[in-house]
Each structure stands twice: as C-alpha cells, then as structure tokens.
Design a binder for this molecule. Structure first.
Ligand code: SF4
Length: 293
C-alpha cells in the first residue's frame, strides 16, 4: 500500500492511495466537462453523488432532471456512470435525443452478462437497493424479453433482494443467477445469496461487486486498524461511501464529511487516516487533509 503523507510538522495524517474518483466516475465527469464546452446537456438523476461536482457542472450548463419527460426533444443527454434502464433509453431515442453514454464499463459488462444469462434461461435475482439507479438499470435488462427463442420468451422475471427476509418471497425457478449491486458489502452479498440458494434447481452465484470498491475497502480497513479516526470523504447518498463507513467503524472513530467546512477540528483524533467514496474528487480529499494538519 503506497501512502502519501502531506504533513505539516509532526501531524500524523495518512491519505489512502485509492482516495478520489473511481475510474467510472472520472470518465463520466471528464466526458461531461468536455460536452458542456459545446452544448447544453441533460442528465437524468445526479451525475454523481457529490454536491461540489454537481454544482460546478451545473454552472457550466448541466441540467439535472428526474425523468425523460422533462427533456426537450433532440437534446444532448448524458447517461451517468450508474447506467439507465432500457425503457428510458428507448424513450430518449424516440425524442430524437443525442445520447452520450458514460455508463461505467464495469456495469456495462454486467448488463451484457445479464442478457446472456437470460438467453440461457436463467431468472435473475439482484441483491441490492431497488431504488438505486444502478439496480434499476440491472432490473430493466433482467426483466426485458430478448429475441424469440423459447428460453428468452419464458424468462422475464426478476427479483430484487434488499433485506434478508425478501428471500422468503422468492418463488422457485429451475435456473437462477444471483448477482448484486456493485457497491454492497461482501458480507451482505454472501448472507443474502446463501439464504436464496435453496429456491432454485440450478443456481449461479456471481459476485458482481466492483473490484475497485473492494480495493478501497481493503485499504480503508488496514488504515482503520492503525488509526484512532478515519475521515471518509463522501456523500451519505453514495452506497460505496456508506459501505466504507460500516467497515471502518468496526476499528475506530469515523467522521463522514462531504466538504472541508464540516471539519470539527476539536473532534479530530490522531493518528488520522483519510479515505474517500468513489464520487469524491482527490482535490477535495487533499483540501481536507490540509485543514486537519
Ligand atoms: S464504483 Fe466501480 S462500478 Fe461503480 S462507477 Fe466506480 S468503477 Fe464503476
């Protein structure tokens, strides 16, 4: 683990190597900035879970809307890193919108895998939050009918498991694939998948937790073991930030903040480590580090 220590005097603060945007978010933000220099651009839902970045993109002309209905015909539209349900993409095409797809490549791969599994006759169960944009995009692909082959016609059911008791409502399926939201904790995935196992003839359990999220968690856990406090830079709306908070909280105090203004210097404990969710820019992390040294 290579760590950067911006220290003033003897201030023992360690910044996580993986703090800052993840690859998917960096691509979406960079893509949006480039587009905004040429067009007004719409996005359904917040482009990322970070109010600073959203505000800065808004100043450059990004319009965040909550549904396709609010987007004028033939507009430029960004698909954010979480992806978009197929029905919404179809509605945007019908309106003649120019679609710029910044769905994270890791999630695009899961979309493709869902479609392949459905074609092979697997019913899909998704462990995650049904209200999360990423899960809605999965559900749309898992519930859609593709092609005319008998297997494809017969498989159009999808089930979202957000709480362990949801598995009680899982009906029997001859073949089922269990996947998960890319940012949930491994412990939650394993416990929920284990409970769902007996509800199908043949079951495929596929760990779709993002590898970048896993690296961040491992690093955060190691830092938490050596620290009295960990600052997590991120938004409470961000699933990966909340998962980090659960992991770090087992070892030391946690301060979850989304801006340098929220730092309460008298409450900071040292040695201190700083980690971040995937939607927090590295500059913000460094800014916070300067204030606590
Ligand atoms: S956390 Fe992982 S899956 Fe989600 S946007 Fe970032 S790289 Fe993609």
């Amino acid at each position: 683990m290579a760590l950067k220590k911006p220290q003033k005097g003897n201030c023992p603060v360690t910044i996580a190597r993986f703090a800052g945007f993840c690859g998917g978010v960096a691509m979406a933000v960079k893509g949006a900035e480039k587009l905004l220099s040429e067009h007004q651009v719409y996005c359904i839902g917040d482009i990322i879970h970070n109010s600073f970045v959203i505000e800065s993109l808004k100043k450059k002309g990004l319009e965040t809307v909550s549904s396709v209905k609010e987007i004028p015909p033939r507009s430029h539209i960004i698909i954010r890193a979480h992806g978009l349900p197929l029905e919404e993409i179809a509605a945007l095409r019908k309106k003649g919108c120019v679609i710029h797809d910044f769905t994270c490549p890791i999630l695009k791969k899961i979309h493709k895998d869902i479609i392949k599994l459905k074609r092979k006759g697997y019913e899909i169960a998704i462990i995650g939050n049904p209200k999360h944009a990423e899960v809605k995009a999965f559900v749309s692909r898992a519930g859609a009918r593709f092609g005319n082959r008998p297997a494809a016609r017969s498989v159009a059911r999808v089930f979202v498991i957000s709480k362990i008791k949801d598995t009680d409502g899982l009906s029997y399926a001859p073949r089922r694939a269990i996947i998960c939201q890319s940012t949930i904790s491994s412990a939650l995935f394993v416990s929920h998948a284990a409970k769902a196992l007996g509800k199908s003839g043949e079951t495929l359990v596929i760990d779709t937790i993002c590898c970048e999220a896993k690296k961040r968690r491992k690093e955060a856990e190691e830092l938490a073991k050596k620290s009295k406090m960990v600052i997590i830079v991120g938004d409470r709306k961000s699933s990966n930030t909340m998962t980090l908070s659960g992991i770090v909280g087992k070892y030391c105090s946690v301060a979850l903040i989304s801006s340098a203004d929220e730092i309460k210097k008298n409450k900071i404990k040292y040695p201190l480590a700083i980690v971040s969710g995937a939607s927090s820019p590295r500059e913000l992390v460094l800014d916070i580090a300067r204030k606590v040294c």
